[in-house]
Write a protein of this length. Structure first.
Length: 326
């Protein structure tokens, strides 16, 4: 059974909508395409149902897959050498690069000769004309295969862009309308530059509290300095710096709080917001960098399911966010 409730889709109104889920009667945004008699989408953009009918009930072709030349590969200097992590720059078509500037943008990367099961979702940190920059931590089978391809062949297959890397009931366009606090730890720092760039270029402000996490280093400092973003490196602390974060939130300066880290970090920050709220203080709205497991990123494989919704497509609201704590 598909979920009965509609949620906004990251792809609605894009070149990739309607997608194959519409053909299958499983569109996450349109109740009519799921076989209901009435529309409950609440979406004021292009009507997915209309688009599907006028396209002759055909899905759009889906994302471009290209083979990209690696133009720069830099080993990140970790304090431990139990696994490697790299900054990678690669050449991609300028249209693909341009659509990777939205906060939460990511691509799927895999070795040239590998099948799609090797696709790894990787956040886009920065975009230049005709190129993207990413950071990859090589720990499991897919990222190890990717590491070999990067080192030996200097080529990777790139599929994208996707936008569901920043989740929660906060629309990106609102992020520049107030001060934002970002708590970033470990590899999830990679999602922060695109968020910071988006907010800064719209005149918004943000502060980043960054911690090394299991990766062992903070690697986004240079980019944040270039973007004129205030940041602070958090030391390792027994309370996981929740006291420091609580002090920052309690200043009342922030309209949004973004958690870039693991599921347990998201949970800890949601609990912290509950405590702050119980103390009678106004709490910022909460968004989180997706920690979900993703394989296809197109709503098919189901590896990203949260509360019955597909996290690679659906923008979660507060009701789904509660399931983070489950
Ligand atoms: C939207 C999105 C954006 C992402 N962006 C990035 C990014 O920018 N950079 C990046 O590196 N990753 C990123 N990830 C995570 C990355 O996609 C996964 O880590 C990757 O798919 C893991 O595949 P794998 O087969 O290499 O590891 P798996 O075996 O599937 O590992 C799963 C998890 O376990 C951890 N792990 C694996 N082996 C070990 C071990 N021996 N000890 C401890 N932990 C271990 C991995 O770090 C990973 O978190 C992102 C994920 C999503 C959904
Ligand atoms: S990653 Fe395949 S359904 Fe979401």
């Amino acid at each position: 059974m598909p979920p009965t409730k509609s949620l906004p889709c990251f792809d609605a109104g894009s070149d990739y909508c309607p997608c194959v889920l519409a053909e299958l009667g499983r569109c996450i945004a349109c109740s009519m395409l799921r076989g209901n008699d009435t529309c409950d989408c609440g979406w004021s953009g292009l009507c997915v149902y209309d688009e599907f009918l006028s396209a002759g009930k055909q899905a759009k072709p889906g994302r471009e897959q290209i083979t990209a030349q690696v133009t720069a590969l830099t080993l990140l200097e970790r304090p431990r050498d139990d696994y490697k992590a790299y900054l990678v720059e690669m050449a991609v078509p300028s249209n693909m690069a341009a659509w990777c500037t939205l906060p939460g943008s990511f691509v799927l990367l895999r070795p040239e000769a590998a099948r799609e099961m090797f696709n790894v979702p990787i956040s886009v940190m920065e975009v230049s004309e005709g190129g993207i920059k990413v950071a990859v931590e090589c720990r499991g089978p897919k990222t190890t295969a990717l590491e070999r391809a990067l080192l030996q062949h200097k080529k990777v297959v790139v599929t994208g862009p996707f936008w569901s890397g920043l989740q929660g009931p906060v629309h990106p366009s609102t992020l520049a309308q107030g001060n934002t606090l970002v708590v970033a730890k470990g590899m999830a720092q990679a999602a922060v530059p695109s968020i910071a760039g988006y907010i800064r270029c719209r005149g918004g402000n943000l502060k980043v509290l960054a911690g090394p996490g299991t990766l062992g280093l903070v690697f986004i400092g240079d980019i944040l300095t270039r973007l004129n973003v205030e940041y602070e490196i958090m030391p390792r602390a027994d309370d996981r710096n929740l006291g420091r974060i609580s002090d920052e939130i309690s200043t009342g300066r922030y309209r949004f709080l973004i958690s870039a880290g693991s599921k347990s970090q998201h949970q800890a920050l949601l609990n912290l917001l509950d405590t702050v709220s119980a103390a009678g203080m106004q709490v910022p709205r909460f968004a989180w960098v997706s920690h979900l497991t993703m394989a296809c990123a197109e709503g098919i494989c189901g590896s990203c399911l949260l509360a019955g919704f597909r996290g690679c497509k659906a923008r979660f609201d507060e009701s789904v966010q509660v399931h983070l704590l489950g």
